[in-house]
Design a protein around this ligand. Structure first.
Ligand code: AMP
Length: 536
């Protein structure tokens, strides 16, 4: 498995700095292939889906091509849904962090068009938009195509499924012929090839070549969850399975650092390993892991290369790997030398598709499991405490302590069981936090990318134009929605927060009521706008 360094891809210092800030340690396979070709100015058909790093694959070369001194629209990215448009815009803004003078704007249906027009007029060079709304702006002449040199079709197959084919054709025929057209799609049906033939020039087909991959025969499980619940799930699984040594894989250096702090904060012996560490630090971490002082090693793919420790009982994919080959390498860290091992995969939302790809290419079965409940975990802890207690009773002299206990029982008004239960409670220690059910139903996606708790057709996703940047937290949203509309807090589903926006799921039959009730409401002193999100 070859490491592709961003430094070797011919990128500017400004992008390299941003990529370092984002915690990316090396380029993903699709990035390694697509970036140099796109930088050369060629058209591309890329077969890749969410989770492979495709956004940065097209986003980085696109940004490198933008002239910050030209305040006209220079590039357009078309996405199937409003949510994806927002995600792509956020990732591009992070990548453009040091490229002063570059403005990226998401435009999509449902948002106030006057506000979008203002944003477009303020010197936006890159638009990330849904086809319907882009067409709308074209008709109003608020999006002008004459200086566009790059067009990206993101999740092209999804746009076709949603019936955007005519819109896409209209848009593409308005953009100057002298342009670069990049298309990313998870699948390659005939319609996609037709669009490519009609609108692209001699495109290069990029997909990451698959070798025959054989996965070691170890048990593999996956759990659906929300991003914010990962640490709690990790802790429950560690308590439940009590692996002696574990290796946990993250996709970024930053995630490694954050997770190590999180685990240490919960009392686990965890250490991190990634490319920013000096050799002496790496040696120290590996020494601790080999001799069992460090029970949990948290690492990036690159850093974990060559880790060869026999007793690793569990591998956690805290982030789903960007490539099937990584998966095989990762889980090969356990079940060594004929021992048994187990691999746990943490899946958020659409990553389920990536996991299906992994299963297909690696010809392996990864079984879905329910996240252990707090009760399950407590049951295991109780059993484990009782077996320790039995051992102490068999092996140690307790006479003086027995006397102390008997005196206590005689002088107080509680039973033996109550006393033991109280001791048990003390030994169990801190119990975990509640987590949200996060099953992801593919058929829901078509209805507007609904995801998360209770996203089962009975919920409607609302869009609120306020987010993290305004200092708002999910609790504020929950409080405002429940408080203003009178619906119970329990009935409110997922709250997904971005820098400038928030999506919240509410029961379908209350959606209009909530929108109406929140019309005049303020959150953190700011007037807000709430709408149903499932519009194209
Ligand atoms: P995407 O496939 O574009 O939806 O990206 C999935 C996730 O991977 C996003 O959170 C990206 O920020 C992240 N990502 C993209 N490139 C890399 C990389 N080279 N290393 C680690 N994470 C990455």
């Amino acid at each position: 498995m070859e490491t592709i360094r961003f430094e070797d891809l011919g990128l500017s210092e400004l992008v390299l700095k941003a990529v370092t800030d984002m915690g990316f340690e090396s380029a993903s396979p699709i990035q390694g292939q697509a970036i140099p070709i796109q930088l050369e100015g060629k058209d591309i058909i890329g077969q890749a889906q969410t989770g492979t790093g495709k956004t940065a694959a097209f986003g980085i070369p696109l940004l490198e091509k933008i002239d910050p001194n030209n305040k006209k629209l220079q590039a357009i990215v078309l996405c199937p849904t409003r949510e994806l448009a927002i995600q792509v815009a956020e990732e591009m803004r992070k990548l453009a962090k040091y490229m002063h003078g570059i403005k990226v704007l998401p435009i999509y249906g449902g948002q106030d068009i006057v506000k979008q027009i203002r944003g477009l007029k303020a010197g936006t060079q890159v638009v990330i938009g849904t086809p319907g709304r882009v067409m709308d702006h074209m008709r109003r002449k608020t999006v002008k195509m004459d200086q566009i040199h790059t067009v990206i079709l993101d999740e092209a197959d999804e746009m076709l499924n949603m019936g955007f084919v005519e819109d896409i054709e209209t848009i593409l025929s308005e953009v100057p012929q002298e342009r670069q057209t990049i298309m990313f799609s998870a699948t390659m049906p005939k319609e996609i090839q037709d669009i490519a033939a009609k609108f692209q020039k001699d495109p290069e087909l990029i997909r990451v070549l698959k070798k025959e991959l054989t996965v070691p025969r170890i048990e593999q499980f996956y759990y659906m969850m929300k991003q914010k619940d990962k640490l709690e799930v990790m802790s429950r699984l560690l308590n439940m399975y009590q692996p002696k040594l574990s290796v946990v894989f993250c996709n970024t250096k930053r995630q490694v650092d954050e997770l190590v702090i999180g685990l240490q904060g919960k009392g686990y012996f965890a250490e991190g390993l990634h490319g920013d560490l000096k050799q002496t630090q790496r040696d120290r971490v590996m020494y601790g892991f080999r001799n069992g002082k460090t029970a949990i090693l948290v690492a990036t793919d690159v850093a974990a290369r060559g880790i060869d420790v026999d007793d690793v009982e569990a591998v956690f994919n805290y982030d789903i790997p960007q490539d099937e080959e990584y998966y095989v390498h990762r889980i090969g860290r356990t079940g060594r030398a004929g021992r048994t091992g187990v691999a746990f995969n943490f899946v958020v939302g659409r990553e389920i598709y990536k996991l299906r790809d992994i299963q297909r290419y690696c010809k392996t079965k990864i079984q879905e499991k329910q996240i252990p409940s707090l009760n399950d975990v407590r049951g295991i802890k109780i059993n484990s405490i009782f077996s320790q207690v039995e051992k102490i009773m068999q092996e140690e002299s307790l006479d003086t302590l027995v006397q102390a206990v008997e005196e206590r029982i005689q002088s107080q008004e509680y039973t033996n069981s109550q006393l033991i239960a109280a001791f048990l409670k003390m030994s169990i220690g801190e119990e975990g936090e509640e987590i949200e059910d996060a099953s992801y139903n593919a058929s829901e996606k078509k209805k507007g990318n609904t995801r998360g708790r209770k996203s089962n057709g009975r919920m409607t996703r609302l869009f609120i134009n306020i987010g993290r940047n305004q200092g708002v937290r999910p609790g504020d949203i929950l409080g405002a929605v429940a408080g203003e509309s009178g619906i119970s807090g329990d009935s409110i589903g997922s709250i997904d927060m971005y820098d400038k926006y928030t999506f919240v799921d509410v029961p379908k039959d209350s959606a209009n009521k909530v929108c109406k009730a929140m019309k005049k409401c303020k959150i953190k002193g700011k007037s807000i706008n709430v709408e149903i999100a499932n519009k194209k």
